[in-house]
Design a protein around this ligand. Structure first.
Ligand SMILES: Cc1cc2nc3c(=O)[nH]c(=O)nc-3n(C[C@H](O)[C@H](O)[C@H](O)COP(=O)(O)OP(=O)(O)OC[C@H]3O[C@@H](n4cnc5c(N)ncnc54)[C@H](O)[C@@H]3O)c2cc1C
Ligand code: FES
Length: 254
């Protein structure tokens, strides 16, 4: 059940180019959070009233903490980047459906860019053999964290600065990666090509869509995504019905 809470910032440090790693004390929200869900963070600024959606990267229910990894792209995330230890951020959450983690032998996790963070908690909670494929334009984030989970971690970068030079789907084709289920999060174009790969290999695939949002709680249509419905489609809300969808349901050619 979602709650509004004054989260206390415990840590907020740069881990990459304009990317910050924040831990907040938010016991009420943490208690009901699941892998793949997100929180809305209020800017506290009257001009930017809408909460900004940020995925939950790690959940520590015992300590009542959430880890959030975010990129500074505009006014809201700029405000968050200035927060220091002890500062308060109003958050609403947990929001969205999250991943339905399957009890299978071999799971694949595919993340692109700032879509990588929510996969960390998902990998930690999954059972069986785990293969993580992460793609970036240049460099990496959270690589050590994924390696510490014991999963096999493969990296692709557009410029070849780390791992394979190319995108994640090209890397998966090269390595002929297969398994029982794929959990993914990243840019829509990556998810579209991954969905095609999963279909060819007959792997069930779940995609987390990070569409632009407005209210973030299902009260507008700011985040509509087209979901197949017979020969037609219906609009679903990423913030309420998603952000995670089965890739076979998504109408990719819009
Ligand atoms: C479910 C969900 C989970 C997300 N999780 C994360 C996360 O874990 N870490 C993270 O860094 N970001 C995440 N995002 C994206 C994040 O919400 C936006 O970057 C943020 O809201 C931008 O706020 P702003 O006020 O800084 O930028 P604004 O001033 O609102 O916008 C600045 C620029 O960013 C672009 N932008 C805004 N939102 C998005 C978006 N959703 N996708 C692409 N471009 C956008 C705008 O078009 C504009 O060019 C997530 C988005 C969704 C929907
Ligand atoms: S952002 Fe308003 S309904 Fe999803």
């Amino acid at each position: 059940m979602k709650k509004i809470e004054n989260a206390v910032v415990l840590r907020n440090t740069f881990i990459g180019d304009n990317i910050l790693d924040m831990t907040v004390q938010a016991p009420s929200v943490a208690a009901s959070s699941a892998a793949g869900q997100f929180v809305g963070i209020y800017t506290g600024n009257g001009v930017n009233l809408l909460p900004r959606p940020i995925s939950i990267c790690e959940i520590d229910k015992n300590k009542g903490r959430l880890r959030l990894v975010y990129q500074v792209v505009g006014k809201g995330t700029e405000v968050f980047s200035k927060k220091a230890e002890g500062d308060i951020l109003k958050i609403i959450g947990p929001l969205g459906n999250g991943y339905d983690i399957k009890n299978v032998d071999r799971s694949i996790f595919v993340g692109g860019g700032i879509g990588v963070p929510p996969l960390l908690e998902t990998v930690k909670q999954a059972v069986g053999e785990k293969i993580v494929v992460l793609g970036f334009r240049t460099g990496t984030i959270l690589r050590d964290d994924f390696e510490k989970t014991g999963a096999e971690v493969l990296i692709a970068t557009d410029d070849g600065s780390a791992g394979f030079k190319g995108n994640v789907v090209e890397l998966m084709r090269k390595e002929n990666i297969s398994g029982d289920v794929i959990y993914s999060c990243g840019p829509k174009v990556m998810l579209k090509f991954l969905s095609r790969y999963a279909q060819e290999k007959e792997i069930e695939c779940f995609v987390s869509m990070e569409e632009r949002m407005a209210c973030g709680i299902g009260a507008c249509v700011g985040c509509a995504v087209k979901i197949k419905d017979g020969n037609s489609f219906v609009n679903k809300k990423v913030c309420k019905d998603g952000p995670v969808f089965n890739s076979e349901e998504v109408l990719w050619n819009d």
